[in-house]
Structures are given as structure tokens and as C-alpha cells.
Design a protein around this ligand. Structure first.
Ligand code: CA
Length: 228
């Protein structure tokens, strides 16, 4: 049974989350503030944490940092804050994903399942996976080869680097900053236009309908996600 720690100070939302999660066989514990969240996270070692950012005693970002100092447990942030700056702060502090209130229970459950699946993989990376196969294309990571049907897709080194980061974090939101830092280096952290250009090129090469991508998804203002 997957154990979820719900950190939320709105009792009605806690009740709704408990009912929905327990119905899907999650074992749910709730903390109404940051202090009890940190205590429960350390004592009970939950499999995943659902965290509201607006808490009565501390900022949820501080809870993320506190939990991350000793644990890699997936953290799914739940917040009414809509700006991409808030989302990036939460992701940079170590959150794994972000759901904006109001959210649909189905969306939250899908993100929770993705987060707990990734937990089975060390550091969230599928290190032992060497060939990634989708209905549209296949990627041989050690050989650095991409195939679509029976033909090889030629990628530039930059396109390859971007694609490799995304596909080794399947289902995971990778922030613009992380991609820019890893592919172009620290002095390019503002050049989000590079990402738009190169992602458009990758989609033209890999997606059946590049303007409605199935695999290489944009999370506006935040980053990109490979949906396997
Ligand atoms: Ca709140």
C-alpha cells in the first residue's frame, strides 16, 4: 500500500483528498502545518508527499528543503499560486511536480502515480533503461541512435543532449533552468528562446503532429516533460 502524507491546512480539502485517496487504496496521513509535516515525514517515511505551499506556520518551500535534507521521497506540490516563479522556486527547492489549485482529482491521482513509479528508480532516473521505445520512435541511449519506423533520425549534438535529459526522466517535469544549465551552461540560464527553437526541431523530427506533441510536452513557463 502506498503511504501518502498530505500537508494541507484546509480541512475540507484534506477530507476530500483522504476520501479519494483511500478509495484508491492509498494509506493517507495528514499534517495541518509545516512543523508536523517535517516530524511525520521523518517518523513515518511516507512513499510520497502532497504539499500545500501556503501553510500557517512556515512557507511550503521550507518544508521541501527540510524534507530534502534527509530524503528523496517524491514531493508533489499543491498550490493556489499561479506564477511560474513560484513553481520554479518549488522545483528548484526539490519538489518533483506541481499541481495548481483548483485541480481535478483525476489529474492529481495521475501525477501521484507517476511520482511513485519514479520513486522505484534511483534518483528518479531510469539508469538501467538503455532503449526507450514509444509507438512513434525508439531511442538507443548508449548508441545515441534514434529510429522512427525503419529509418534513422539524425540529431545534432544539442538536440541529442536535450532529448537524452528528457527521456531519462520519463513523465517528469524538467525545468527550463535545468535544461539550459545542463545543455548550454550557467551563462545561458535566461535563454529560454533556445529551448523553444530546439524543442520545435526535435518535435519536427520525432512527433507525428509537431504542433500537437504527444511525447515532448511543454509546461508553459516551467519546462518540458517526456510522456512515454
Ligand atoms: Ca493553505
Amino acid at each position: 500500500m502506498t503511504r501518502v502524507l498530505v500537508v494541507e491546512d484546509d480541512p475540507q480539502l484534506v477530507r476530500a483528498l483522504k476520501i479519494n485517496l483511500q478509495a484508491r487504496k492509498f494509506d493517507v496521513e495528514a499534517a495541518p502545518d509545516g512543523g508536523s509535516a517535517l516530524r511525520l515525514a521523518a517518523a513515518r517515511k511516507p512513499d510520497v508527499i502532497v504539499l500545500d505551499l501556503g501553510l500557517p506556520d512556515m512557507d511550503g518551500i521550507e518544508v521541501i528543503k527540510g524534507v530534502r535534507s534527509s530524503s528523496k521521497v517524491p514531493i508533489l506540490v499543491l498550490s493556489a499560486r499561479h506564477t511560474s516563479e513560484d513553481k520554479i522556486r518549488a522545483l528548484d527547492a526539490g519538489a518533483d511536480d506541481y499541481v495548481t489549485k483548483p485541480f481535478s482529482m483525476d489529474e492529481l491521482l495521475a501525477r501521484l502515480r507517476a511520482a511513485t513509479r519514479r520513486q522505484a528508480e534511483p534518483d528518479g532516473r531510469a539508469d538501467d533503461v538503455t532503449v526507450i521505445t514509444t509507438d512513434g520512435f525508439s531511442i538507443d541511449l548508449p548508441a545515441k541512435k534514434v529510429r522512427r519506423g525503419d529509418r534513422t533520425v539524425r540529431l545534432t549534438p544539442t538536440e541529442w543532449h536535450l532529448l537524452e535529459i528528457l527521456v531519462t526522466h520519463p513523465g517528469h517535469l524538467v525545468s527550463q533552468q535545468q535544461l539550459l544549465l545542463e545543455v548550454w551552461g550557467p551563462t545561458y540560464s535566461e535563454n529560454t528562446n533556445y529551448l523553444r527553437v530546439y524543442m520545435a526541431q526535435l518535435r519536427r523530427k520525432l512527433e507525428a503532429d509537431p504542433s500537437h506533441p504527444r511525447y515532448l510536452i511543454t509546461e508553459p513557463g516551467m519546462g518540458y516533460r517526456f510522456e512515454p
